[in-house]
Ligand binder design. Structure first.
Ligand code: HEC
Length: 176
């Protein structure tokens, strides 16, 4: 039952946000990978080797978390994942279950590319939550890589799963 509602509401939300986003100027791709130069999220992901995207912000920085909360609402993430990321018609973002992994690199790419493109780039499903549906690509809705890091900082600040799973649960020792 969750399955179908998740994406119906979402499509409308994403479409509304995407229309707004399209009016923003599309910057020419920057060759610089310096973190101080803003990039679109997809450009940043494409230009950074896998595994190396790292959130520059701390969950203890209240101003960043607050700005991330606003951006999270503005990008319509809340329509699917709930106002504080605890899950709604789509999976929770704040528990210890990470569908593709809980590290910064994987989460950045998942939001920028969406789950289908992420998987086409070699990332695989490790777990599943109460809802299994594709996560749309939000890399055009979230304007910059900096905005996306702020959103991810907000999500991390809401985390309430087991401490050892905050960035992905430790792999089980070999042989179980
Ligand atoms: C159309 C509804 C929808 C919207 C809008 C949406 N998501 Fe998702 N999101 C999903 C679904 C569905 C999944 C699960 C994907 C899967 O199972 O493969 C997901 C998964 C995730 C995950 C991984 C959760 C985990 O437990 O591993 C994160 C993080 C995430 N979304 C962040 C965001 C952010 C940030 C935004 C806004 C920029 C956003 N999502 C917008 C539907 C949505």
């Amino acid at each position: 039952m969750f399955k179908s509602t998740c994406c119906v509401a979402a499509v409308a939300l994403v479409a509304a946000s995407a229309t707004v986003a399209q009016t923003a100027p599309v910057s020419t791709p920057s060759k610089s990978a310096a973190p101080t130069v803003a990039s679109k999220p997809v450009q940043r992901a494409d230009s950074t080797p896998q595994g190396q995207l790292k959130n520059p912000y701390s969950v203890n920085d209240a101003a960043i978390v607050a700005s991330g909360a606003k951006l999270y609402q503005g990008a319509a993430c809340s329509g699917c994942h709930g106002g504080t990321g605890g899950g709604g018609i789509c999976p929770p973002l704040t528990d210890g279950v990470w569908i593709y992994g809980g590290d910064d690199d994987t989460l950045f790419r998942l939001v920028a590319y969406g789950s289908q493109t992420l998987q086409s780039k070699g990332y695989s499903r490790k777990a599943q939550e109460n809802v299994v549906a594709p996560m749309p690509a939000m890399g055009e809705v979230v304007a910059t890589d900096d905005d996306l890091w702020r959103i991810l900082t907000f999500i991390r600040a809401q985390y309430h799963g087991p401490a050892e799973c905050k960035f992905g649960c430790p792999a089980k020792a070999d042989g179980q």
